[in-house]
Design a protein around this ligand. Structure first.
Ligand SMILES: C[S@@+](CC[C@H](N)C(=O)[O-])C[C@H]1O[C@@H](n2cnc3c(N)ncnc32)[C@H](O)[C@@H]1O
Length: 384
């Protein structure tokens, strides 16, 4: 059994796991974790920070009980490591003082030292070690051991971390690629992974089309998952940016996937076939950095809506029934109200079913930092 520690917006991470592994296989754990009864392909996940193998579950919610269990079992769990073992413990959803946790981790170190294992502890400044701490201390490598204690209602899950988001690799793909463009927006690679996963569900190969490809972030992540990629955009410059960025990634990662590009208006273009999966960030309108006037807001909603509506009508006839799409559409947070793209209420009429998730509500699927005016609403659709 795998436990995933979810990202900043847990509902998005849950929907991603549900799309990939099925609702029956996933069980939410408190606010920010999920159990998955399947082998998880962690590197493709955008919405989970860490994952681990569940070792045991114990009754009670006091983490001290879990730490006592670890005193007895840490030698078996850590095994014999050549050289120094790095040891860390994270507690999710249960309370204890950080000082007490650090004292407990030192006791675990002592147990290991007594049987001859040299150990370095990663000290906690909070109950949870961050992804950066886990990653930079190599705690998921063979010479590392991070124990995760996760509260699950009236019991505690004890797991050993096996994977963590590679924040250096994300930063490199985001910031070192040849072309970036602040005007079309900076889609975070993690969110691009989630967009592809929500659209792909159990389809693990085929062609991923991004009809608004911009600088190619979605295409980059799809290519890393070994899909063929097909990017089109109204602007020739953007198509060139996508091509250059994908070529750069191909050299960096020795990737060999088929790639197609066209300069095309998504509202009237006829794409080549097959199109197996549609994953994109649509036109987001004006990138407001502060709350716009009523008129400016209405104008941008109108412009984005027309493009999205015409695009959905145009591509609908070109998709095989059952084809899934995930579109990051703009949603505006202005003066306490959320303004959705009007077409998001007309999807049925346009021939699409909006997918509902058992473990996440659709209104939770809006990716946004607290201070942002324009959020990205994840519309997960199926062609009827
Ligand atoms: C928010 S950006 C997408 C950015 C992209 N996710 C990336 O990785 O850079 C929207 C893109 O849609 C393109 N666009 C706007 N209207 C379009 C249309 N009618 N057809 C196709 N592309 C369009 C813009 O040129 C822009 O590159």
């Amino acid at each position: 059994m795998t436990i995933c520690i979810l990202g900043r917006q847990p509902a998005i991470g849950l929907a991603e796991l549900e799309a990939l592994y099925g609702a029956d296989t996933v069980r939410p754990v408190e606010k920010n974790a999920a159990l998955v009864d399947a082998e998880v392909d962690f590197v493709r996940l955008g919405g989970s920070q860490k994952s681990g193998e569940v070792l045991t579950t114990i009754a009670g919610s006091d983490p001290q009980k879990a730490l006592l269990w670890l005193q007895k079992n840490i030698s078996d769990i850590a095994g014999n490591v050549d050289g120094k073992l790095k040891l860390g413990v994270s507690i999710y959803g249960a309370t204890m003082s950080v000082a007490k946790l650090n004292a407990n981790v030192l006791s675990l170190k002592k147990v290991l030292r007594e049987r001859g294992q040299s150990v370095r502890v990663v000290p906690n400044t909070e109950l949870e070690l961050s992804s950066a701490q886990t990653h930079h201390n190599n705690l998921t490598d063979e010479r590392g051991c991070e124990i995760m204690i996760v509260r699950d209602g009236g019991s505690l899950i004890i797991a050993r971390a096996t994977d963590v988001q590679d924040i250096d690799a994300y930063r490199k793909r985001d910031q070192e690629r040849p072309h970036r463009d602040t005007f079309v927006g900076m889609l975070p690679p993690k969110l691009a992974q989630t967009i592809v996963n929500l659209a792909a569900a159990d389809k693990l190969e085929g062609v991923v089309l991004d009809p608004f490809c911009g600088t190619g972030v979605v295409l980059q992540e799809a290519a890393l998952m070994r899909y063929e990629v097909y990017g089109t955009d109204l602007e020739e410059k953007m198509v060139r940016y996508s091509r250059d960025n994908l070529n750069w990634l191909q050299d960096l990662q020795r990737l060999h996937v088929a790639k197609y590009y066209e300069t095309a208006d998504a509202t009237d273009h006829t794409w080549r076939k097959p199109i197996d999966i549609v994953a994109c960030e649509g036109y987001l309108g004006h990138p407001f950095s502060s709350e716009p006037s009523k008129e400016a807001l209405l104008e941008t909603i109108q412009t984005s809506n027309v493009i999205m509506k015409k695009f959905l009508a145009n591509i609908g006839d070109q998709l095989t029934p059952g084809t899934r799409l995930c579109i990051a559409a703009p949603a505006w947070f202005v003066r306490g109200h959320i303004h959705h793209l009007p077409v998001s209420l007309k999807l049925n009429e346009l021939g699409y079913e909006r997918i509902s998730f058992r473990h996440a509500k659709n209104e939770q699927l809006i990716y946004r930092r607290a201070d942002q005016v324009v959020g990205r609403e994840l519309l997960v659709l199926k062609k009827k």
